[in-house]
Design a protein around this ligand. Structure first.
Ligand SMILES: [Zn+2]
Length: 345
């Protein structure tokens, strides 16, 4: 029996050394200590043929071999598991010194950037920023602004009407000037407010028109305010927006809610008045309307025009934005094409 065991031990040692995979090790376990057909199991069954004395010794030796076989296979399997884990750690290793992937961050829309810049200028000049409603009654949108009943701006061809009748008819506001009335109703003069916001007109969209666009408007009311104050304020505003050398000119014009009214032009920010593509060679760019608040508008909000006077001026942000960024078509600003918007980040 001892000889037989020595032979089995040698055989097992050789087979264990030849096992190179987990499958080999598992096959080895079945072959040697498998419950039904294992070599050692089979050897155990032969013990019954021996004498009791021999059986005792051989049984002990056989058990010893069985323990050796089992621990040999366990050690091998443990080694394979450790190797597999080490390989996985290497495969999944992260090189923390590599530069990270850049995460695309959002940014503000070009119109918002321009609006913030203009708001900052108004604030630096002592104006409060008002954010007002976009849906107005006919009273606020037209009547309170001294816009006569037969004025074409009131026509449904020009204005987006919603519901209601007469003075309480609701429409999308046609200009940010509606803010003037709310501001003067809320607080008494002296007051300085600026209102940026969207306005709506029934325009057919093209390269220079959009049915929705942004305006910003400043209003100042106090005792003894004159046209000189308006000019001085606009000149300072324009210098802060376009640079200290920018010049301003006023062209008489008519808007129902001011008297007198004027269009404001400023010297081109690109060529500084020499003439270029941006200013169509004229050296000047139109900014927007302005004027002294009409006495009827003041009376409508119970401010005595004999005591108080004021001025207002406004500009459109979309066309200015298009000029500043050299856009040929203002519709680009509202198409939300990320490829277009990304250039402003
Ligand atoms: Zn120019």
């Amino acid at each position: 029996m001892t000889e037989r065991l020595t032979q089995l031990r040698a055989e097992f040692t050789a087979e264990l050394a030849a096992a190179v995979t987990e499958a080999d090790a598992n096959a080895l376990r079945d072959r040697w200590v498998g419950r039904k057909a294992g070599l050692i199991t089979a050897e155990m069954k032969t013990l019954g043929k021996l004498s009791p004395e021999e059986r005792k010794t051989a049984g002990a030796q056989l058990n010893e071999l069985k323990t050796e076989v089992e621990s040999g296979i366990d050690d091998l399997l443990n080694r394979f598991a450790a190797e597999r884990e080490a390989a996985q750690l290497i495969a999944e290793r992260i090189d923390v010194t590599l530069p990270g992937r850049r995460i695309a961050a959002g940014h503000l829309h070009p119109i918002t950037l321009l609006r913030h810049r203009i708001e900052d200028i108004f604030v630096s000049m002592g104006y409060a920023i008002e954010d007002d409603r976009e849906i107005e009654t006919t009273f606020y949108n037209f009547t309170s602004l001294n816009i006569p009943d037969n004025h074409p701006a009131r026509s449904p061809q020009d204005t987006f009407y919603l519901v209601g009748e007469n003075e309480s008819t609701l429409s999308l506001r046609s200009q940010t000037s509606t803010m003037q009335i709310h501001a003067m109703q809320k607080r008494r003069p002296p007051l300085r407010v600026a209102a940026p916001g969207r306005v709506f007109r029934r325009d057919t969209p093209d390269a220079t028109h959009n049915p929705m666009f942004y305006q910003v408007e400043g209003l100042l009311v106090d005792k003894g305010i004159t046209l000189g104050d308006l000019k001085g304020t606009v000149e300072e505003f324009v210098r802060r927006l376009f640079g200290p050398d920018t010049k301003t000119r006023f062209r008489p014009s008519y808007f129902p809610f001011v008297e007198p009214g004027a269009e404001i032009d400023y010297t081109c920010f690109k060529c500084h008045g020499d003439g270029c593509r941006v200013c169509k060679q004229s050296g000047w760019i139109e900014m927007g309307g302005s004027g002294m608040v009409h006495p009827n508008v003041l009376r409508g909000v119970n401010i005595d025009p004999e005591i108080y006077s004021g001025f207002a001026f406004g500009l459109g942000l979309d066309r200015l934005c298009a000029l500043m960024y050299g856009l040929d078509d203002i519709r680009l600003l509202y198409e939300n094409d990320v490829r277009f918007l990304e250039q402003f980040s």
